[in-house]
Every structure is written in C-alpha cells, then in structure tokens.
Design a protein around this ligand. Structure first.
Ligand SMILES: Cc1cc2nc3c(=O)[nH]c(=O)nc-3n(C[C@H](O)[C@H](O)[C@H](O)COP(=O)(O)OP(=O)(O)OC[C@H]3O[C@@H](n4cnc5c(N)ncnc54)[C@H](O)[C@@H]3O)c2cc1C
Length: 377
C-alpha cells in the first residue's frame, strides 16, 4: 500500500483541527503538516451544527479546563474574526426567570445565584436587570427579572473554519478530504495512520476527530475514554414579526449538571431565529436524524418567556451532537491529553460546547504540549 511521510498529522478538519493546523504551522515552521478529514469539506460535522455563540463562560464551572480555555478562546476567536474579516454580531445575552417559573422559584433562584457566582469568579461582566430593562433590549420577552451579559457575540462559524484552512494552507499545511482514518498504529518512533487508500506515517499525531476521537484514541492504545452522546435539535421561527422582534440570545436559567444550557433563543448571523437545542441522549451518531423530536417540548420550554410563540411558527431546522466525557459525577470537561509522549499523540476528547469559543485556545494548548517534543529544524 502507498505510504507518505509527515512530521505532524491532524485527524479531523472541524474547528479544533483547523485552528490547530493554523497554529502549529506558525509554531513549527518548516515542519510538514497534513490534516486528514473524512468528509468532502472542512467543518461539516459538529462545528457546522453549533449556534456560533462565543460564550462568556458564565455557564461553566470556574475551575474547569473548559472555563479557562473558553476565556482565552473568546479573546483569540474574536481577534481571529477581526483579522480574517469573519462576520460577527455583538448581541449580548439575557438569562431570564419567567412568570412561568414562579411555582418552582426556589430551584430557579439557586440556579440564578450559581450563574452569578460563576460570572463573578471568572470576572465576566454582567448585571441583574428588571423586566423593563430586558424589554428595552428584547421587546417580545416576558420575565420577572434577568441577567444581562453584554460581552457575548455570535459569529459565522463556517467562514472562520475556512479562514483557518486558507491561512494554514498558505503556510504549507496540506488538507486531504474524503480520507477517513481507520486506526492510529504505533510503529517504532512514529505512527501509521491507515486510511483505506494509503498509510500516512507521522512523527506527531493530533486526534481532533470529534465524534470518532475516543474510538481512534483506543486504537492507539490510549486510555479508554467514556463518552456520552447528546443530540441537540433546533427549530426555526418562521413568523417574520416574531423573528424580527427578538434581537439577541435569550436563555432560561441553567441547572448545573444538566446536559445542555436549556432550550433558548438564538438570533443567527443571517437574521434567523432558532429555538433549541434540546439535549437528548442517543446511543450512536447514526441516531442523529432518527425520530425527530416534535415541536411541543420546544414550545413548552420557550413559551414561558416568549408567550406569542405558536406551534405553527415552527419548522424543524437541524441537529448536532454533543460528546461529553464522562468522569464519575463531576460536570464533564474537555480532555486534551498528551497520551503518549514518545512519539507524541494528543487526543482531544469530549469537545462539546463551548468548543467553538475555545478552539484557538485548544490549539494554543496543544502547541504548548508539543513544544518540547518537536525539535526545531
Ligand atoms: C447543537 C450544538 C450547539 C452548539 N453551540 C455552540 C455554540 O454556540 N458555541 C460554542 O462555542 N460551541 C457550541 N457547540 C459546541 C461546538 O460545536 C463543538 O465543541 C465543536 O464544533 C467541536 O469541534 P471539533 O472540531 O472538535 O469537532 P467536529 O466539528 O465534529 O470536527 C471533527 C472532524 O473530524 C472528522 N472526522 C471524524 N472522524 C474521522 C476519522 N476517523 N477520520 C478523518 N476525519 C474524521 C469529522 O468529519 C469532522 O469534520 C455546539 C454543539 C452542538 C452539538
């Protein structure tokens, strides 16, 4: 079988793999680098299902790796969007307690104060706002009070992914599509990546294969990572008056430990209004498109703070999959691990939300892990 040799191979051209390629070609110039992607273009799996929200970190446990990488990633992502001319909408976020929450106000208040604690610990600017202030920003929303987080932005994710690819490629990175990696095999001082048509031999491997990353890590003899998959579906609001009345992001209060942030409103870069995502455990990625959830649970979640929403306003839009690394009872966190030091193998596991926000910081972290492992040319 035909074989080729590279210094660095990255598996997966999602936002993490592409941001990493972009960062590594700068950190290790003169090192050959290839990105192997099973789909026909970059960013077609989880990255394109995201809502494109560049999160503040308010939802994250302050001492987690996710929180640290999201804080740093937020700065790097906004800077990359400015440099590459990627569209952004600085729309801010409201987290609201709605009149419908009054019967379970004690639980809501617990979640509300936990969010404020997480924001203060991380230095995320936010204010508690009365309903009339929420209505000034979001005239269609009803609440009894809320939190306003001004520094939240929505970006055009596919364009950012393509920009990372373009700028990495101009520095010599190769991107190879329709190239699924079946296994990572260690052979002496390098890895062999079997792709079906040929073998790629690489001195360093970064496994950023999203939904397939835990399986690939296992083929390399890395620890067995337990992953749970949660489907997140979205409906689009087609009623123009309601669509135009919502201006930014409106979330319910998050219950720490729940698999998602709660079904919420997102105004996309192209002016659409999305409702979602839910968080539904699925057995395999193949279940992504099976048995769509009907609109009722989405209506029930959102009507308390968007009372004019009706079933007939909704059309099913799309779904994506969150991969959660399961680690006992702790809230799931990202794994970015140098699982073998020699030859180096970095596995990126459980990169769920806010993976878009964190991607350039994940790339930076991977470069740090590899710094002493890749000799200068
Ligand atoms: C519904 C939903 C909404 C979200 N919203 C947000 C948000 O608003 N903000 C935010 O910050 N984050 C959000 N996220 C999280 C974010 O989308 C992910 O964290 C991020 O996209 C993960 O990127 P990735 O590159 O790791 O994975 P992916 O985008 O899945 O990329 C992995 C790539 O690897 C390829 N691949 C897989 N297996 C192989 C193989 N064997 N060989 C070769 N290639 C392979 C895939 O085709 C894919 O292109 C959301 C996630 C979901 C599901």
């Amino acid at each position: 079988m035909h074989s080729e040799e590279f210094d660095i191979a990255i598996i997966g051209a999602g936002i993490v793999g592409c941001a990493t390629a972009h960062h590594l070609v700068r950190t290790f110039p003169n090192r050959s680098l290839i990105v192997l992607e099973r789909r026909e273009q970059p960013g077609l799996e989880t990255s394109s299902a995201s809502s494109g929200v560049i999160h503040s970190g308010i939802h994250l446990p302050p001492t987690s790796r996710k929180a640290r990488l999201a804080q740093r990633g937020r700065v790097l992502t906004l800077s990359a969007c400015t440099t590459f001319g990627v569209r952004m909408q600085h729309c801010g976020m409201h987290v609201v307690v709605s009149p419908g929450d009054v019967p379970h106000l004690t639980g809501e208040m617990r979640g509300f104060f936990e969010l404020l604690r997480r924001a203060r610990t991380q230095g995320v600017p936010c204010t508690v706002v009365p309903p009339w202030n929420v209505r000034k920003h979001e005239p269609a929303v009803r609440c009894i009070f809320g939190i306003h987080i001004p520094d939240v932005t929505v970006i055009d994710v596919p364009t950012l992914v393509r920009a990372f690819v373009h700028h990495a490629a101009t520095r010599g990175a190769q991107f190879r599509y329709r190239t699924p990696v079946h296994a990572i095999e260690r052979s002496g001082t390098r890895y062999h990546l079997t792709t079906g048509t040929n073998t790629i031999r690489a001195n360093v491997v970064v496994n950023a294969a999203g939904l397939d990353a835990a399986r690939l890590a296992k083929t390399a003899g890395a620890p067995e990572y337990r992953i749970d998959l949660y489907r997140g579906e979205y409906y689009e609001v087609l009623y123009p008056e309601l669509r135009d009345a919502v201006r930014g992001l409106v979330y319910p209060v998050y219950r720490p430990g729940s698999p998602g942030l709660g079904i919420h409103l997102t105004k996309t870069m192209d002016g659409r209004l999305l409702i979602g995502p839910n968080a539904q455990r699925i057995p395999t990625p193949a279940a992504l498109t099976e048995n769509r959830t009907p609109p009722e649970p989405f209506l029930a979640a959102v009507q308390p703070f968007l009372p004019t929403l009706r079933r007939e306003h909704l059309r099913y839009d799309h779904a994506g999959i969150r991969t959660k690394y399961v680690n006992g009872n702790e809230e799931s966190d990202f794994v970015i691990a140098l699982d073998h030091a020699d030859p180096p193998l970095v596995n990126c596991i459980g990169i769920e939300s806010p993976g878009v926000t964190a991607a350039p910081a994940i790339a930076e972290h991977i470069a740090e892990l590899l710094q002493t492992r890749i000799a200068p040319c």
